[in-house]
Design a protein. Sequence first.
Length: 152
Amino acid sequence: MSHIHEKIDFTVVAYIINSSKVLLVLHKQLKRWLPIGGHIELNEDPEQALFREIKEECGLEIEIIGKKPDYKDDITQPLYSPAYLDIHKISESHQHVGMVYIAKSKSAEIKLAEQEHDEIRWFTESELDDPKYNLLPGTKFYAKEAFKIASK
């Protein structure tokens, strides 16, 4: 999806853990290893966007690690809280508010969304520091935090 708003868009990403590995994709346009995720569309809440992006980009069924209030009424629909929230620069005139979720998957069977990504793979924690992957500092930080949070 392209940008919705001129200056700031809202996005979701998931650092998905399975068997002591974290899932990252090599983004086709950005040529960077990133987590699964994307824009929150105008007709979606963050949770709907997260599950849609995960299904579209890797096909996994996941369990979000985090808090979700245990109530529902006619007015309020509780949502999972992101583990982290940030704002990051996309261009000189555009930014994304990123909602960062940590999740676990029961399966390691993934599919590549060829229209969006060049590669998809599971990374060990030590591979995150390998210079050949040239991971952004934020990607490394959140991936390492996902290992910590998922092991609790």
